[in-house]
Design a binder for this molecule. Structure first.
Ligand code: DCP
Ligand code: CA
Length: 517
């Protein structure tokens, strides 16, 4: 076994010693190096191989969208592009039945076929570690903690995957399978700088970029048709440029919508490029196992396997009504996904500045128990908001307004950003009790706010990696999706029973909506 701390790497041919200390400075130094080796790109450009992103036209496209009729800067599109070449009719039937209304597939572009790129960094955390310490190249690398520590692997290099190690596996099990692997705790800040770099490059190619996670994005090039004579060539260029400028390998999938692009990336992994040409969706999907579709969870798989449905192509024989009666709304999704139909837009969502929840009481309140019950409920709604925007907060703030309308606020900065309800409530409660300790007045309003948001999951420098909090949050959300928000509440929140009407779907109906964003 070799334990390699990212801060103390072996001698590195690619980066100097100061670049190996696993800090943001290390990442910056790495970027500088990578940037210096951009002659290849410049040479490409001189030869006319690459398309320099068109900043002016992109700026125009970044203006608010006019969905009814996208304005085309620079006049009509030029010569026929590969994106326009339809090799088979998109209306072609799959599995004997006519396809769904193709408009659902291609909106909001008035029936125009979309060109979506999905791009995902290979073995992200592990690849960054290898980049910062080239002595790790070709070795199994497991990021998440040291072998004797509790916790799970956040990820591992493809070399480690050959031994059966995978993300989410306990470090102990990973060590059993791969005792000679390099176990690394990891440094989240460094990964974040790489992620920022990755997204900066993508934004140079299209205004329509959705960050699906720290290392994964969708790009919609459809509106950029005037800039790129060949979408496919641009997609390959994006891949080459990200690899050159970050030093990390990426896999790229291209398709007419998000689901097809993502499945194409899966096929392309590792480090490849795969494009699903128009009209060839059926051929691509037919033999994929049903669990390739994100809409088919473990339970649905069991049911479908009992019906002897193993491959996506086998699903085409099931009428929509059957799928609906088996799985409800998810059944409709399965019906569409299995035919490669996906109308979800690429959503460019900036990280919000803050998420806050507050409420004014029916009557001014003095009872501490009830005040804390309100605070807990607001923290619950706040953390739901954080999960929805996939954000973690560095700052938590509580607000109290007294019966004389005076308002006081207390704020705490956390080095490790938080998202979990239990953590955030604990911090909020402590601050709230300090805040109201000296007052003799009753309260008319309480609020809680999360700010300095980052869109990434934290890795502690001091503790092994664990994805328990996220799994817990996701499990709560799943139950609530099915049975309503009020189906999972803490005992403290339940005290609000004494005060407010309760609706299963909405939870407690507070006096003010409490959902100020
Ligand atoms: N990650 C995490 N917790 C998880 C899953 C992933 O912290 N439960 C981190 C580690 C990964 C990064 O996010 O490196 C990206 O996740 P991916 O699922 O994209 O996995 P990888 O990039 O590691 O591998 P792949 O090549 O399969 O994309
Ligand atoms: Ca990845």
């Amino acid at each position: 076994m070799v334990n390699v701390s990212p801060s103390r790497g072996a001698s590195a041919p690619a980066f100097g010693p100061s670049e190996l200390d696993g800090t943001p400075a290390a990442a910056r130094a790495a970027f500088r190096r990578i940037a210096e080796s951009r002659e290849a790109r410049d040479a490409d450009r001189e030869r006319g191989d690459g398309h320099e992103p068109h900043s002016e036209i992109l700026a125009n496209l970044r203006a608010p969208r006019n969905l009814a009729g996208v304005t085309r800067p620079g006049g009509p599109p030029g010569a026929r592009s590969e994106g326009q070449v339809v090799k088979a009719s998109p209306n072609k039937a799959i599995g004997g039945g006519p396809r769904q209304d193709p408009a659902t597939d291609y909106t909001p572009f008035m029936g125009r076929r979309r060109f979506i790129i999905h791009i995902d960094i290979d073995a992200f955390f592990a690849s960054v570690e290898v980049l910062l310490n080239p002595a790790l190249r070709s070795r199994p690398v497991i990021v998440g903690g040291l072998p004797h520590e509790r916790g799970v692997a956040a990820t591992c290099s493809y070399e480690a995957r050959k031994f059966g190690v995978h993300a989410g596996m306990s470090l102990r099990d990973a060590y059993k399978l791969c005792p000679h692997g390099a176990f690394i705790r990891g440094n989240y800040h460094v990964y974040q700088s790489f992620s920022e770099r990755f997204f900066r490059i993508l934004h140079e190619y299209s205004p329509d970029v959705e960050d699906a996670s720290l290392d994964e994005a969708y790009l919609d090039l459809t509106r950029c048709r005037p800039i790129y004579p060949s979408f496919s060539r641009t997609a390959r260029e994006v891949k080459a440029r990200v690899e050159r400028e970050t030093g990390l390998k990426v896999s790229v999938g291209v398709g007419p919508n998000k689901i097809m692009a993502k499945l194409a990336t899966k096929r392309a992994k590792p480090a490849g490029y795969f494009e699903i040409e128009p009209g060839r969706e059926e051929e691509f999907l037919r033999d994929l196992p049903i669990d390739s579709l994100p809409g088919i969870g473990p339970k649905s798989q069991v049911i479908l396997r009992m019906l002897n449905i193993q491959k996506i192509g086998d699903l085409w024989g099931l009428p929509r009504t059957t799928l609906h009666s088996l799985f409800g709304l998810c059944g409709d999704d399965i019906y569409l996904q299995s035919r490669g139909l996906d109308s979800r837009p690429v959503v460019t969502a900036a990280v919000p500045k803050s998420v806050s929840r507050e409420t004014t009481f029916l009557q001014d309140l003095w009872d501490r128990r009830l005040l804390l019950a309100h605070l807990a409920y607001l923290c619950d709604r706040l953390t739901l908001g954080l999960r929805e925007c996939r954000c973690y907060a560095h700052v938590i703030e509580v607000k109290a307004r007294y019966s004389d309308f005076q308002t006081e606020v207390r704020r705490r900065l956390m080095i490790m950003p938080r998202q979990e309800m239990a953590d955030i409530y604990k911090i909020a409660e402590e601050m709230f009790l300090q805040l109201i300790a000296g007052s003799r007045l009753s309260l008319r309003l309480v609020g809680v706010k999360a700010s300095d948001l980052v869109r990434a999951r934290p890795l502690s420098l001091f503790e092994p990696y664990s994805d328990k909090p996220e799994r817990l949050g996701a499990a709560v959300d799943r139950v609530r999706e099915k049975y309503g928000f009020g189906s999972v509440l803490t005992v403290r929140e339940k005290m609000l029973d004494e005060v407010y009407p309760f609706e299963r779907n909405r939870g407690f109906v507070l006096k003010t909506a409490s959902l100020t964003r």
